[in-house]
Design a protein around this ligand. Structure first.
Ligand code: M6R
Length: 614
């Protein structure tokens, strides 16, 4: 959700903070703000809306301080407004705080502070934090040592229920920036005579590739030339630094108009990298990062794949693969449902969590629930060291590179690809599927990057179709089997970036109700890639044509001469991985519709890239 950035060093903090906020803009754009230590006091500037509004505040370019914090807001408590924008200060204006997360008990804390003479300027949950820090600082009668500041932060966060990544600065200790996190992401980038903080790595990748990944309930006191880490009891400890291989330019637009388009076109590389050296023809699949024995796998009675949004749609495709290759029942759950429905989990359950960011609050909570019931947990993520990967028993990474656009594209296809490889790996351990068929699937997967390139060549055709339909109010997506899974993903993509209402249905289900919605001129997009189901799918599409629908068909089959309005042909592949190809025209369609409507493709309204609140 919200994004935070921090800087301490020798450069003008404002420059680094604004650059970081621009990179994090996808995390929310309700408001933006910075606080910089300037001549022994805190200078706060904030504005409703995007970072560009913040940059236009008169005087912002005069800020010359070298210590600062910044925030990009996705509103939870309090409407998007200047007064609710972060940073927030305590009443004495000695402590400035930015916060990502939600303080669940903020009303109680607000009441406590009000009873102790504090007043509030915003409707946010966050504003209690600087005031609590001040409260504890003021009531600590020891000398003004740094420990007193750190103790005040520690006491304040001990009172908080909920999730937080916090950055705090104070002119009382102008050479430090203090951070702490619980259930919200925070990374520290190490520079030379300067250090950086951010919600995620790409925001500061242009400055450093050396990162510390802060753990839950861990504090750091950051100086320009050193960083001290403390546990929950403020005992100092050492921490391992991680070198991140991502190339800074991979998180820039590289000449594309939008990140989403760039990321759609990066899919051949993302799939190639995700396959990596995990298998070769004639050799068994292997994962360096997991070691699952045949004995364990034979006793697994059930696999859950738990995720949200697009990652959950990847899980639906994964279910087909694992059930077909391994004959183990797989249930796909929406994380926010799973965590409250008392799912049946025990030590013979394997729970797989799919998350591009690795920070999605519901997915993380579902993982913790599964572990507490004794299940083994496996994370699939795109972000090294993210929360989910740190808590799961095993982690395997998609290597899609940073995904910046809110609408997930290359992460989805990489997730589908990785789950398919995982399914083959399990099947080879179990001996549950004929090896020659696994070899055929491997060959199909190895061919995917070049086939994706072929699908991308339909770009202009899809653009032309988008020109015809972008003013529509409703659209329908139909498919059977994995084509239905893709229909769900296509429909989600359209909703989130084009704001067009759309529905996805299993094609055979239409006549059980939804067909009542089909009327003259409505656009129906049919996906037909499973050769065993071609005729049945065509019959379902005919049912809507008869009722006046205009149709676009995405297919890898030679279809009998029919009265479809538009057909996009894509290369044939195994139906288990066909979504990796068939989803691409749908991604492009949503993209071009959104462009035609003049919308902000990368930053759709009301959405954030990383949903770190429940
Ligand atoms: O980071 P995650 O994969 O856990 O995110 C899950 C969803 O929030 C995400 O896929 C969302 O649905 C995308 N905006 C869809 O494009």
């Amino acid at each position: 959700m919200c994004g935070i950035v921090g800087y301490i060093g020798t450069q003008k903090a404002k420059e680094v903070l604004i650059n970081g906020l621009l990179s994090l803009e996808y995390r929310g754009y309700d408001s933006a703000g910075i606080a910089v230590l300037e001549n022994n006091k805190i200078e706060v500037m904030k504005e409703k809306g995007r970072v560009s509004n913040l940059e236009n505040i008169p005087g912002i370019n005069n800020l010359s301080g070298t210590v600062g914090i910044a925030h990009k807001r996705w509103a939870t408590h309090g409407r998007p407004s200047k007064e609710n924008a972060h940073p927030h200060m305590d009443n004495s204006k000695n402590f400035a705080v930015v916060h990502n997360g939600i303080i669940e008990n903020y009303s109680e804390l607000r009441e406590f502070l009000t009873n102790n003479g504090y007043h509030f300027l915003s409707q946010t949950d966050t504003e209690v934090v600087p005031n609590l820090i001040h409260y504890y600082f003021n009531n600590d009668k020891s000398d003004n040592t740094l420990n007193k500041f750190l103790r005040a932060v520690k006491n304040a966060v001990s009172d908080l229920k909920g999730s937080y990544a916090l950055e705090i600065i104070t002119p009382l200790y102008p050479e430090t920036l203090v951070v702490v996190r619980k259930d919200s992401p925070l990374v520290i980038g190490k520079g030379h005579n300067e250090n950086f903080v951010a919600s995620d790595i790409p925001a500061i990748l242009r400055y450093t590739k050396d990162f510390y990944l802060l753990d839950d309930n861990e504090f750091a006191v950051i100086y320009k030339d050193k960083i001290n880490f403390y546990d929950v009891n403020l005992n100092i400890h050492n921490k391992e630094i991680k070198n991140i291989e991502w190339d800074a330019s991979s998180s820039e637009k590289d000449g594309y108009e939008d990140y989403m388009l760039k990321e759609i076109f990066e899919q051949p590389t993302a799939i190639r990298e995700t396959i990596g050296s995990r298998f070769r023809l004639g050799e068994k699949c292997s994962f360096d990062d997991i070691d699952i024995s045949a004995d364990y796998l034979k006793n697994v009675h059930k696999i859950y794949i738990v995720a949200c949004g697009t990652a959950m749609h990847a899980g639906l495709v994964g279910k087909n693969v694992i059930e077909k290759l391994c004959r183990i029942p797989v249930e796909v759950d929406i994380a926010s449902e799973y965590r409250y429905r008392n799912p049946i989990i025990d030590e013979n359950t394997l729970c797989i969590f799919v998350s591009q960011s690795g920070e999605t609050a519901d997915t993380l909570a579902a993982l913790r629930l599964s572990k507490s019931h004794g299940a083994r947990t496996l994370a699939i993520s795109n972000v090294i060291g993210s929360s989910i990967t740190r808590e799961a028993d095993y982690t395997i990474y998609t290597h899609a590179g940073p995904e910046i656009a809110v609408a997930s594209t290359k992460a989805y296809t990489s997730q589908v690809c990785l789950i398919a490889i995982l399914g083959m790996y399990f099947a080879e351990i179990l001996g549950s599927y004929p090896q020659e068929k696994i070899e055929k699937l491997k060959a199909d997967i190895l061919d995917l990057p070049s086939k994706i390139e072929a699908v991308l060549e339909n770009n202009e055709k899809i653009k032309e179709f988008a020109d015809k339909v972008y003013t529509e109010k409703d659209m329908f997506f139909l498919g059977r089997g994995t084509d239905y899974n893709v229909a769900l993903e296509g429909s989600l993509k359209l909703k989130e970036i084009s704001y067009i209402h759309s529905e996805a249905y299993a094609a055979g289900e239409l006549k059980h109700g939804p067909i009542a919605l089909i009327e003259n001129g409505v656009t129906v997009i049919g996906i037909i890639t499973n050769k065993d189901l071609v005729e049945k799918s065509i019959s379902n599409i005919q049912e809507v044509i008869t009722r006046g629908a205009k149709t676009l068909i995405i297919t890898n089959q030679v279809l009998p001469n029919n009265n479809f309005n538009h057909v996009i042909n894509i290369p044939e592949t195994s139906e288990l991985v066909s979504p990796i190809l068939s989803v691409i025209p749908l991604q492009l369609l949503s993209y071009y519709i959104s462009k035609n409507k003049g919308l902000d493709v990368d930053k759709p309204r009301n959405l954030a890239k990383s949903v770190t609140v429940e």
